[in-house]
Design a protein around this ligand. Structure first.
Ligand code: HBI
Length: 96
């Protein structure tokens, strides 16, 4: 069973990951990444896709050309969970 982050853990999440902002109207975290071109954006998305498949945790995302917009939340928990924090940390490690 995966649980939502406590209020303190949620606050820590956004403090630890300044590139992420609270989503409007839902318990989720959002970030936007801009790459040199589509090829770089796609390469980034491919790495996140492998992570998502391995961890059974999938982002909601939008891509146009070199821009990737990502929303993280845990459907099974009804909000932000530790799985989102771990995925955000991975994304922040590889975002360039
Ligand atoms: N991805 N973001 C996210 N949230 C989930 O709750 C989730 C997921 N991927 C797979 C998954 N849950 C499975 O546990 C089933 O709920 C499909």
């Amino acid at each position: 069973m995966v649980h939502k982050l406590t209020a303190e853990a949620r606050q820590q999440f956004f403090a630890d990951h300044p590139a992420w902002k609270e989503a409007e109207g839902k318990d989720a975290a959002e970030t936007t990444l801009t790459f040199a071109d589509f090829n770089e954006a796609w390469g980034f998305m491919s790495r996140v896709a492998v992570y998502a498949d391995k961890h059974d945790h999938h982002p909601e995302w939008f891509n146009v050309y070199n821009r990737v917009e990502i929303t993280l939340t845990t459907h099974d928990a009804g909000g932000l969970s530790e799985r989102d924090e771990k995925m955000a940390a991975f994304i922040d490690r590889i975002r360039g």
